[in-house]
Write a protein that binds this ligand. Sequence first.
Ligand SMILES: Cc1cc2nc3c(=O)[nH]c(=O)nc-3n(C[C@H](O)[C@H](O)[C@H](O)COP(=O)(O)OP(=O)(O)OC[C@H]3O[C@@H](n4cnc5c(N)ncnc54)[C@H](O)[C@@H]3O)c2cc1C
Length: 469
Amino acid sequence: MRTEPIAPSLRVGRGRPDPLELIRGLEPKAALAAELKPALSDRDALAEAYRCLECGTPEVPAPCQVACPAEVDVAGFVGRIARGDAGGAARLILSSNPVGGSCARVCPTELLCEGACVLNTARDRPVDIGRLQRYAMDAAFADPASLVVDLPVKNGLRVAVIGAGPAGLATAAFLEGAGFIVTIFDDRPKAGGLVRYAIAPYRLWDEPLPEEQSWLAGLGVEFRLEHPIQSPVDLRELEAEYDAVVLAVGLGPDVRTQYPGGELPGIYESLPFIEAVKTDRPPAMGRRVAVIGGGNTAIDVAREALRLGAAEVTLVYRRTEAEMPAYPEEVAGARREGIRFQFLASPVAFRGSSHVEAVVAQVMRLGEPDATGRRRPEPVPGETVEILADSVVMAIGQEPRLTFLRMIPGLEIDRGRIVADPKTGATGNPRYFAAGDAVNGGDTVVAAVHLGKVAAHGVRQALLGGDAP
Ligand SMILES: Cc1cc2nc3c(=O)[nH]c(=O)nc-3n(C[C@H](O)[C@H](O)[C@H](O)COP(=O)(O)OP(=O)(O)OC[C@H]3O[C@@H](n4cnc5c(N)ncnc54)[C@H](O)[C@@H]3O)c2cc1C
């Protein structure tokens, strides 16, 4: 246990607002922006920080730190907030997680740090770690001088990072902090990857990505945005100019499907749909919306459609709730907001004359478990169901970026994922390292940060020698 005095718990901090209350009666833009985890006031942050028992020691980290893929010293930063040092808290967070402000808003904390909190018992509730992390980062970004740190002397080695999503940003921060000269290339106009263009606006719209980018630029990272690396010639140029290249390219567009009627107006793919919402071009939603899929993206899209004004939103999934890849908390949140679920139904066609009017779905039943351990859906012969819908969003996953990855000689790819050493991010091509969704097949922002850290470590070892820290 820590030796610093433990402050007494003042009171149970305020809980989070009911999501339905948040959006009731609001215009679409305001409903979309109404945060599920709003900022804490100074008073609430202090009261919440005092609840933390600051457990753990340097030798035996606290359970919340162990549960965090970025290994943020939660007890350490919460203790600093309790002592009025938000800048110190933010510096500690950034030392483990360069996108700590974004993670504070988007991490599934219930499953990670807060799930592991020792106060997470039947009689109590965990410390609101996510919102405390946000509190520290917001306070520090409002006072950038509090984040100034001594920069190391440059070692003259240059690294190109392809992709300005969380994996690329984390890799760049750790390498720049270790004395490398880092340039990030990204094809999009803004940094952040899916965090900017796909994560639900009621978690994060834009802030604090610009601040995180500025902080990284302050470390020395050069951003070349709207700069796709798209041909073997582009790659050869990077290889000539840089000592190592890190592939943090994430996954590609939505998985394509072809059903009769799929060309009807009113049918969208999930990523362009969310991007349109997040760039202030929300698609016109009908009264009835069907969302196809059972993952977190499908849940997000359903909740966004509701906020855009749809009266009835139905999520259509081919297995049952028990097999849904979406987090149970997210499913429960969607259900509380009134999202309907049509389980054991798999689309086979769309019906409509000049616009989509219904999803025609094959009725399924569950068979034996498949390779993932989940029971396999099987068609019930001759049984279909129609779900009336004047807008449909397909949210069934992302394709890997195979065309691009195949341009890199020696790169090994397994089921769409780059094969990379889990301890170094090294790939089959000694000039290339890899991190993020492109390696793990799609997970969370904080998992991408972890792999970014691993790749930075691998580059350091490869370019500076085996014992590099
Ligand atoms: C709809 C949706 C909602 C999500 N919600 C959450 C959430 O709430 N919480 C959470 O933790 N995770 C969430 N995730 C997952 C999370 O966003 C990803 O795991 C994470 O962003 C992966 O980071 P990355 O850096 O590997 O890839 P990305 O974020 O995809 O970034 C890759 C970047 O590389 C760029 N790029 C690709 N190829 C090239 C090239 N050839 N040249 C130049 N640039 C290139 C891309 O444009 C992109 O900017 C969500 C994902 C989706 C799809």
